[in-house]
Design a protein around this ligand. Structure first.
Ligand code: PEP
Length: 256
């Protein structure tokens, strides 16, 4: 049984003070084991303070990116060792905004995923097609390339040690989510690809989140899809009430 994982990607939002408010609010709303995994991914500047508040809570701390080297002359980058020191457990890697605006490639994603696993983080590796790729029938080709190149040569000991996020780019921040059946179709395909890379039973246990305009109104139906194991939430994860609602809707279908 795959435990659902709901992660909020705060992107370039929230000052430290705002992040502290949100973290305190989440602690208040979810004092005990919610029956699923909750993760928040603040901006780097708010990681430390947010991590302090979430320490000993049921809410995990995630980063939005990470460089693959431990240290060195890489101006502007953040290393795995720096994140580890702050209690980070999850790292989003290969988000479409990084691919689109900051030159992230399947090769750099692969290096980051490997470095994340090596340092004991759980990478949340994002994959997904753009609108024109879907329109021209290339959805599955793009997903295949993202998965195969992103995971190339990766050795992981347990299926819990990685999370895949299917995030169709056309659904991110647009208010138009993938229909639950569309999400399931893509997730089923991703799991098939994972079966070819890892052992079948192992692949069955890897969690695949859906991301793209998740909101309280569509959470339950999306989470009911067989191969949808959680959500990566952008916009609707910034507000305490709506993120809390999303988690509560997911709790209705939580499997473990
Ligand atoms: C995201 O950026 O990962 C995302 C899914 O954003 P939104 O929920 O705003 O579509």
């Amino acid at each position: 049984m795959r435990r659902l994982i709901i992660a909020g990607n705060w992107k370039m939002n929230k000052t430290v003070a705002e992040a502290i408010d949100m973290a305190n609010g989440l602690n208040r709303n979810f004092p005990d084991d919610p029956g699923l995994d909750i993760v928040v991914c603040p901006a780097y500047t708010a990681l430390s303070e947010t991590g302090n508040i979430l320490q000993d809570s049921v809410i995990g701390l995630g980063a939005q990116d990470m460089y693959w080297q431990d240290s060195g002359a890489f101006t502007g980058e953040i290393s795995p060792l720096m994140l580890k020191e702050l209690g980070v457990k999850f790292v989003v890697i290969g988000h479409s905004e990084r691919r689109q605006f900051f030159g992230e490639t399947n090769e750099s994603v692969n290096k980051k995923v490997k470095a994340a696993v090596k340092h004991g983080f759980i990478p949340i590796m994002c994959v997904g097609e753009k609108l024109e790729e879907r329109k021209s029938g290339k959805t599955f080709d793009v997903i295949k390339e993202h998965i195969e190149l992103g995971l190339e040569g990766l050795v992981i000991e347990a299926p819990e040690n990685i999370v895949i996020a299917y995030e169709p780019v056309w659904a991110i921040g647009t208010g138009v989510n993938a229909a639950p059946a569309q999400a399931q179709e893509a997730h089923f395909y991703i799991r098939k690809l994972l079966t070819e890379i890892f052992d079948g039973a192992f692949a069955q246990s890897i969690r695949i989140q859906y991301g793209g305009s998740v909101k309280p109104e569509n959470t339950e139906e999306l989470m009911r899809q067989e191969d949808v194991d959680g959500a990566l939430v952008g916009g609707a994860g910034l507000d305490l009430n709506s993120f809390t609602e999303i988690i509560k809707k997911a709790q209705k279908v939580a499997r473990v």
